[in-house]
Design a protein around this ligand. Structure first.
Ligand code: ADP
Length: 460
């Protein structure tokens, strides 16, 4: 007794004191009891905090369940912890994971059996399990036969009953917002009555945390699967887009060619009205052809198939070609156009088609989104090993709230949508075209004041 007293003195004593009038024996007994309780509380709290920590991990449901079951089995010294998922349609509790004590593992191995995968079919009719799935309440038994009879090999069950030390089997429903997710079963080597009030209460918290953590893992998995599905669908859509635009490109090119033959009057003279109509056809076909090649570029970017073929060429010469296309639109809107070439060295290694398409798009946009008599400026500059192409306008600008989405596919700003024609492909393709050449594209803009786009390209 003296040694026990000494031991107790070294342990952290609980604050509660024994009622006055107790003798030293009762005092020691009381202290001992309180100490045991404290140690159980510590153990349970530490387990709860471990389970909370699992909640922040993003694990596969099965892996998470295994960690939970193993931790609960080890920390609480249970013989067995099983976690089941409930499949309502199949009326089955399917084992998600099982954690066994060392003793039980050895015993089952010795009998050449496994307790890992025993599903519970017709769960709503099984003696021990039905309460959990039908009424969502816990069940408890001291009789292993009641749990496993008919589910486990009879001989194995007999051996386990005789040798496994399992005195109590408890099953709890795992529910979230009154929806049953599954069940957790604990097999204890003690009678249920020997558990303290605190242990019984903690069990509820443990079960609740497990249910929430598993629910989160399943939701996360569903979200991941849905995301993967969406990605796959997006990929299929890009493939379809690529295939359709490829198929459209050839006949449109042929139509363009026939229109040119007609306009050249190789097939006979045309009267004035015929010429006008065929000219309109030519313009429409040119627009269609441009749209198809833009869609092809969109799908190439999406599928990572943008081909870059760089060759050294004088940039100002390419700009002159682009300006030929832009000029009619500039004069139509009476735009004041300023072009300044500050390059000392004109040659730049670039992909002609991609660079041309980008600068033409930026200039077309500048003119399109600038009201009549506004101003558009184009500047070429150089800096170390890069060239900078700046396109500025005094147009409608891009609203602040739309600016982070402007390079997105099909995106059109709120002040342009429904007011000015467009399809929202141009800047998406421009970004892909410039970045695939190792360059960059950026902009600054103020609504109703104007916009400046800057493209930089490495010279080599
Ligand atoms: P589109 O011009 O065919 O709509 P783009 O991809 O070229 O498509 O441009 C995307 C959007 O960016 C446009 O719809 C417009 O809202 C905005 N935008 C682009 N350039 C300008 C500009 N210079 N001024 C104002 N808004 C612009």
């Amino acid at each position: 007794m003296i040694s026990l007293l000494k031991k107790l003195r070294h342990q952290r004593a609980p604050t509660a004191t024994a009622p006055t009038g107790d003798g030293p024996n009762e005092l020691v007994e009381n202290l001992y009891k309180k100490n045991m309780e404290l140690s159980v509380k510590n153990k349970t709290l530490s387990l709860l905090s471990k389970l909370y920590e699992f909640g922040v991990l993003t694990l596969e449901p099965k892996e998470l369940a295994t960690r939970i079951a193993t931790t609960v089995q080890t920390d609480l010294n249970f013989e067995m912890v099983n976690i089941y998922l409930f499949d309502k349609d199949a009326d089955t509790l399917t084992p998600l994971t099982v954690a066994l004590s060392e003793r039980l593992t050895k015993l089952t191995e010795k009998n050449g059996a496994t307790l890992q995968q025993i599903p519970i079919p017709r769960a709503s009719h099984q003696k021990f399990f039905q309460q959990v799935v039908n009424r969502k309440t816990q069940n408890i038994t001291h009789n292993m036969q009641e749990v496993w009879s008919g589910l486990m090999d009879a001989k194995l069950l007999q051996t386990l009953t005789a040798q496994s030390n399992i005195r109590t089997t408890l099953i709890h429903p795992l529910t979230v917002e009154n929806k049953i997710l599954g069940a957790i079963m604990f097999a204890l080597n003690r009678d249920y009555d020997t558990l303290t009030h605190f242990e019984k209460e903690s069990e509820k918290s443990i079960v609740n945390i497990i249910a929430l953590t598993l629910e989160k893992a399943f939701l996360y998995k569903q979200l991941e699967d849905a995301n993967a599905n969406l990605k796959e669908l997006d990929h299929q859509k890009d493939e379809l887009l690529s295939m359709v635009s490829h198929q459209l490109a050839a006949p449109v090119t042929a139509i363009k060619w026939y229109i040119e033959l007609l306009l050249d009057e190789d097939m006979g003279e045309l009267n004035k009205e015929q010429k006008t109509q065929i000219n309109t056809m030519q313009n429409l076909t040119a627009n269609l052809s441009e749209l198809i090649s833009m869609i092809l570029d969109v799908s190439r970017i999406q599928l990572g198939r943008m081909k870059v073929e760089k060759q050294k060429m004088p940039l100002p010469k390419l700009i002159d070609e682009i300006l030929e296309v832009i000029k009619p639109k500039v004069s139509e809107k009476k735009i004041k156009f300023e072009y300044s070439n500050k390059l000392k060295q004109p040659d730049v290694a670039l992909d002609k088609r991609l660079t041309r398409m980008t600068i033409e798009n930026l200039l077309t946009n500048a003119v399109k989104y600038t009201p009549e008599k506004g101003k558009v400026t184009l500047t070429l500059e150089e800096e170390a090993n890069t060239v900078r192409i700046t396109v500025s306008d005094t147009g409608i600008g891009i609203p602040k709230e739309d600016q982070d989405k402007i390079f997105g596919k099909l995106f059109r700003a709120s002040n342009a949508r429904d007011k000015i024609d467009g399809n929202g492909f141009g800047l998406f393709v421009a970004k892909g075209a410039i970045e695939s050449q190792g360059g960059s594209i950026s902009f600054s803009s103020e609504q109703n004041k104007g916009t400046t786009f800057i493209v930089t390209l490495p010279r080599e």
